[in-house]
Design a protein around this ligand. Structure first.
Ligand code: PLP
Length: 391
């Protein structure tokens, strides 16, 4: 028999897959499943971005490019960081990858040693802990409550730090909670981090543009430029421009670290697909007005969904600051149905009312479920109708 690596055995199969697989199976059997599981915009990629890729293919963008991205795309990333984030980078500080997912993977592989600790606030994006584990490191999860709006406090950060801490990850606005850290909250976390000069900071700004707070978007580096020499800014085009399938993410950071990440990428995927890079260049350098109608639609759906969720007994949902996720606590409903956990309840929802949601345990937050509102208003209304039947 084939003996798999010890490494792959360390990675947990995603609990989200069980529900997704079940939903898919039932759908194939003809059951009218409503799924709010997907983490991708329901909009099509804007036309000018698609056209740029088509033109690029016609012009011969069918070959290898430099591993870290075409000069045009890297320049568009540098200009974007300056324009949107007031951050300055040189070309050797930028790495373009096959999605934000690969950016974070490269970072873990380039930075982490066996036994290093990675501080990850929960609820977290599902891939952070497993990617840290794949690199031999240990995820140190900070738990949060709805009273603290699912955000960590500076005291919690301080007490999670040990002499093994190598990396701190922050994702704001957050998948799955939808909440964003305010300027003051970021500053308070940064004040702790400046005391520990050996900790690298990763800020995952993937949902930067899907934000409706009065405060403009800020990351931890904006409020604490002192962290510049040890902060990696991760971003990508997947969510802001409805480009999940194109697979382009990018990172800006210290040249040494970015160079090491590039080395990992050069021995795994090499460059991201050339036509996708042309599309991403058009997305970042082109007219930004395509974002607004998507943002407005997400906000409208958010307002409806959060209000509707809170009107259901046993469900409490914080309003989101952005993203396209609602992350209600459903402990009341879970207990009402005698379920052991959110995982069981997610299965029950599929069985009883044909509704597929992602259990919060997948994000390190039992008792919650994640609803994606990257879905039409009709779909959301139907989902609420079905959820009400369970109340
Ligand atoms: N970071 C966060 C917080 C995400 O939610 C996602 C996608 O779900 C990613 C990164 C990676 O996105 P992609 O690999 O599609 O660029």
């Amino acid at each position: 028999a084939i003996q798999l690596s010890e490494r792959v055995k360390l990675v947990k199969p995603s609990p989200t897959l069980a529900v997704a697989a079940k939903a898919k199976e039932l759908k194939a059997q003809g059951r009218p499943i409503v799924g709010l599981g997907t983490g991708e915009p329901d909009f099509d990629t804007p036309e000018h971005i698609k056209q740029a890729a088509i033109e690029a293919i016609k012009d011969g963008a069918t070959k290898y490019t430099p591993v870290d991205g075409t000069p045009e795309l890297k320049q568009a990333v540098i200009d974007k960081f300056k324009r949107d984030n007031n951050l300055d980078y040189q070309p050797n500080q930028i790495l373009v990858s096959c999605g934000g997912k690969q950016s974070f993977y490269n970072l873990c592989q380039a930075l982490l040693n066996d036994g290093d600790e990675v501080i990850i606030p929960a609820p977290y994006w599902v891939s952070y802990p497993d990617m840290a584990i794949l690199a031999g490191a240990k995820p140190v999860i900070i738990e949060t409550t709805i009273e603290q709006h699912l955000k960590i406090t500076p005291e919690q950060l301080r007490s999670a730090i040990t002499d093994k801490t190598k990396l701190f990850v922050i994702n704001s606005p957050s998948n799955p909670t939808g909440v964003a850290y305010s300027k003051d909250e970021l500053k308070a976390l940064a004040d702790v981090l400046v005391e520990y000069p050996d900790i690298v900071v990763a800020t995952d700004d993937m949902y930067e543009h899907i934000l409706w707070t009065e405060e403009p978007f800020l990351n931890i580096l904006n409020v604490c430029p002192e962290l510049y020499d040890r902060t990696v800014v991760l971003n990508g085009v997947s969510k802001a421009y409805a480009m999940t399938g194109w697979r382009i993410g990018y990172a800006g950071g210290p040249a040494d670290l970015i160079g090491a990440m590039k080395k990992i990428q050069s021995q795994s995927t090499s460059n991201p697909a050339a036509p996708s890079q042309a599309a991403a260049t058009a997305a970042l350098a082109g007219d930004q007005s395509c974002i607004k109608p998507m943002l407005e639609a997400f906000k409208k759906r958010h307002d409806y969904l959060v209000h509707a969720l809170n009107s259901i007994e046993g469900v409490t949902c914080l309003p989101s600051d952005g993203t396209f996720y609602a992350f209600p606590n459903m402990q009341g409903l879970i207990e009402k149905h005698g379920c052991e956990s959110d995982l069981d309840f997610a299965e029950l929802l599929i069985e009883k009312v044909d509704l597929a949601l992602v259990p919060g345990s997948a994000f390190g937050a039992p008792g919650h479920l994640r609803l994606s509102y990257a879905a039409s208003m009709e779909t959301l209304e139907e989902a609420i109708l079905r959820l009400r039947k369970m109340a």
